[in-house]
Design a protein around this ligand. Structure first.
Ligand code: PRP
Length: 183
């Protein structure tokens, strides 16, 4: 879906399809360079990271393996609690592997902090994180994120994988919703 498909629901567009693709190409170039000569496994965290994974993987010029995890954060409402349950685990043995976790957004950082620790316990060579979006003002833990697409204000955003009540994931841009949608 494009902006014209959801015009009435939108407050504003934060990043257009073109801006996202441009930034993903830059991140892919950094990743190609940093992992040159090493075999890389990229791990997408369902469901939000589907779009970023698909576009990042295709923007890379090196072979990568791809795997997926689904996690659920225990907590009240929309707030992440840091207590995470694995709904779908990796099929790949991480022993000795170079792992890059790919996310759509890092908010409090609690989910990724837990996930990084979990993956590190499986004996990989390295574990790094790539996220399209990050909200520095919402951070509750100090998390080292190697690849960040855009640092954004502490606003509720949708699109390009990010949902509101499971809607808007299939927007080809990232934007904020008009108050009438969620009030
Ligand atoms: C989002 C996002 C991260 C997490 C970030 O997933 O994809 O996994 O929240 O939040 P945190 O930094 O506060 O821990 P969500 O739980 O919305 O699931 P989804 O990807 O299936 O939409």
């Amino acid at each position: 879906m494009e902006t014209s498909d959801v015009q009435a629901d939108l407050k504003h567009v934060l990043y257009s399809r073109e801006q996202i693709q441009q930034r993903i190409a830059e991140l892919a170039a950094d990743i190609d360079k940093d992992y040159e000569g090493r075999e890389l496994l990229i791990v997408g965290v369902l469901k939000g990271a589907v779009m970023v994974m698909a576009d990042l993987a295709r923007a890379l010029h090196s072979h990568v393996k791809m795997d997926w995890m689904a996690v659920s954060s225990y907590g009240s409402g929309t707030q992440s609690s840091g207590v995470v349950r694995i709904l779908k685990d990796l099929e790949t043995d991480l022993m000795g592997k170079h792992v890059l976790i790919v996310e759509d957004i890092i908010d409090s950082g609690l989910t990724l902090s837990w996930l990084k620790t979990n993956l590190l316990s499986r004996g990989p060579a390295t574990v790094e994180i790539c996220t399209l979006l990050r909200k520095p003002a919402a951070a509750k833990v100090d998390l080292d994120v190697k690849y960040v697409g855009f640092d954004i204000p502490n606003e509720f955003v949708v699109g390009y994988g990010l949902d509101f009540a499971e809607k808007y994931r299939n927007l080809d841009f990232v934007g904020t919703l008009a108050p009438h949608v969620y009030e």
